[in-house]
Design a protein around this ligand. Sequence first.
Ligand code: NAP
Length: 290
Amino acid sequence: MFSQRVFLVTGGNRGIGFEIVKKLAVSHPNDLILLGSRDQTRGEDALVQLGSPSNVKVVQVDTSSTASIEQVRQEIENKYNGHLDVLINNAGIAPNGKSSRELKDIFNTNFYGVRHMNDTMASILRDNGRIVNVSSEAALLSITHCSSDLKARFLNPNLTETELVELFEPLFKAVEEGKDPDTVGFDPIEYPGLRDAYLVYYAASKLGVTVLSRLEARDWDKNYSTKNVIISSVCPGFCSTDLNNKAEGARPPELGADSILHCVYTENLENGQFWRDGKKLSLEMDEQRS
Ligand SMILES: NC(=O)c1ccc[n+]([C@@H]2O[C@H](COP(=O)([O-])OP(=O)(O)OC[C@H]3O[C@@H](n4cnc5c(N)ncnc54)[C@H](OP(=O)(O)O)[C@@H]3O)[C@@H](O)[C@H]2O)c1
């Protein structure tokens, strides 16, 4: 059995993901940190920026592609100890457009990508492993801008993953047909500081990630033989990165990395919860929105 622990961070080549890899590289000199990048060259450039530490390796993974996810699993099996201990699903996008192409792109990376990563990596995740799904407080905006019927369905404690995926199907159909999302229960969202951003799709994808994390935590032991896996969703806080064109007043991405790493390091972390800066957030409590 290899004692060396293996960490994988998707979207590790810039922004918050890069800061996570940087911190892990320093804190885990004897472990292996896999810097996931959808573009190999951008990943190699990021490695150089880190000073090419020997405990960090670049792996190419596009989380919107099931083939790419399967390929990285095989690469870990064949080249990198054959196991994972910590998976940080950080890769994410937030384009502003309203077309059905943008809706599909956002969901492919932010939601389906996370689900495929977790399903695919389950077979190589070791006992006591951790999965951190990077979400956003936009998930809270989404649930508070949903119809009451949709909200009740998202919060149904007996919801299955298949049913969760189905809850977004009317949104895809409506947008495909040129209708507004509010015709199927996803109301417009405004967020101070992001006046020009179109947030409905992004927020819905992050609501999906947070609900998915609860379901994965609830069902993990039923679906997989790995023991004591803790699955969390986490908001890194509003951080100045390319995602928001380095928004004025946003905090440094290092703090976003700390918010995420809280879910890696905290002992006895409550499974399936949604966190920011070590504090639990709840989809059920509207007043937490900031
Ligand atoms: N910044 C914030 O205020 C904020 C707030 C809440 C949540 N978040 C979440 O935090 C995470 C990181 O965001 P960030 O602000 O660091 O964004 P960022 O600076 O734009 O970086 C995004 C990273 O994700 C990668 N990526 C995008 N699509 C990918 C795909 N299909 N496959 C693999 N990698 C992909 C990008 O790779 P390329 O370089 O190849 O494009 C890049 O490395 C995201 O999930 C985001 O939704 C951010």
